[in-house]
Design a protein around this ligand. Structure first.
Ligand code: SF4
Length: 334
């Protein structure tokens, strides 16, 4: 599918039925019927960056911040592994309080529990940190590109460079990580062409996974008064990404559930998604991780219910990258 056709689909709601059907067929053919459960822990709400759309931005003085202790993170991971979930996603703001050594120790302690996959989502760090964490046993790294329009990217990420983001993703892949990028749909100032370029970039990067969610405003940020993204447009971007990337892992994001708590994620599963990420962040912390407003909590039970209601199978296996040509290792088949 070329750019003109992508643009037609983005702009034409009446093509949705056909588009979502094609995405669902593609998902079935390349990824099967399983929906992978990834357990996420948001362990720190501190961030040194200042992204215009995010409630964790450093200039948001209204946010109550927290950091989990490394031992607490490891304990929680053990509990998640004990209930059979074999991928753990460790996410935080860009928080340099957690040194390379601290994160390496956390990874090693989790790996002592078995062979659960570890996905890191800790933002931009020196490549030496990424390299040490890979040596410690990390499997995947999620670093969303947010928008493929470099000017828009640099406007909403003060002090950050689009080229650096892409260079880091490529460096992570060279180190052997399964990489994840992803984008926000409906950012103020974003055009249909930008969205088409997001999808084409995901194909070009040949990502192992991609997180695609709508823009949802957070009231204490500079973009807090802009309208939120549209559910159907987000589903179109998701479906097109499935068709173009074929076997990338694509979550039905929590942001979809936030826009439509009853059916948002189920619609995502019907439009090409094959992953759900329930939130295991403990009470007392979770409410403070306010990237955007009114974020719903997707529990394991809720994720399982959504999967079953969509007529799909629950999988708590590692669910490694399906891009076997690049990741020729035994774990792919576990
Ligand atoms: S989007 Fe990420 S890097 Fe930007 S302020 Fe939020 S947590 Fe920090």
């Amino acid at each position: 599918m070329e750019k003109d056709e992508i643009l037609d689909h983005l702009k034409t709601p009446k093509l949705d039925k056909e588009l979502f059907g094609k995405a669902d067929e593609t998902r079935k053919r390349y990824c099967g019927n399983e929906v992978y459960i990834r357990g996420i822990i948001e362990f720190s709400s501190y961030c040194c960056r200042n992204c215009l759309y995010c409630g964790l931005r450093r200039e948001n003085k209204k946010l109550r911040r927290y950091r989990m202790r490394p031992e607490g993170i490891v304990e929680l991971c053990k509990k998640i592994i004990d209930i059979g979930v074999n991928t753990i996603v460790l996410q935080s703001g860009d928080d340099f309080y957690y040194t390379q050594e601290m994160v390496s120790s956390i990874i090693e302690a989790i790996k002592d529990e078995g062979n659960a996959a570890i996905t890191l989502s800790l933002g931009e760090r020196p490549v030496e940190d990424y390299s040490k964490w890979k040596e410690a046993g990390a499997d995947r790294y999620l670093l969303k590109h947010e928008t493929a329009n470099p000017r828009l990217y640099e406007k909403i990420h003060p002090g950050q460079r689009f080229k650096k983001r892409i260079d880091l993703l490529l460096a992570l892949r060279d180190m052997g990580y399964q990489i994840g990028a992803g984008n926000i749909v409906g950012l103020p100032g974003q055009t249909f062409e930008d969205m088409a370029n997001d999808i084409l970039l995901l194909r070009e990067l040949d990502v192992d996974m991609a997180g695609i969610g709508p823009f949802i405003p957070q009231k204490d940020t500079p973009l807090g008064k802009f309208p939120g993204g549209d559910l159907n447009l987000t589903l179109r971007v998701l479906a097109l990404t499935r068709i173009l990337t074929k076997n990338a892992h694509l979550p039905a994001t929590t942001a979809l559930a936030t826009l439509d708590p009853e059916s948002g994620q189920r619609m995502g599963l019907k439009a090409g998604a094959n992953v759900i990420m329930p939130d295991f962040t403990p009470n007392g912390y979770r409410e403070k991780y306010v990237i955007y407003d009114k974020k719903v909590r997707v529990t394991l039970e809720r994720a399982e219910e959504v999967i079953l209601r969509a007529g799909r199978e629950i999988s708590k296996r590692r669910g490694d990258s399906l891009k076997c040509t690049r990741h020729q290792r035994a774990s792919v088949y576990i």
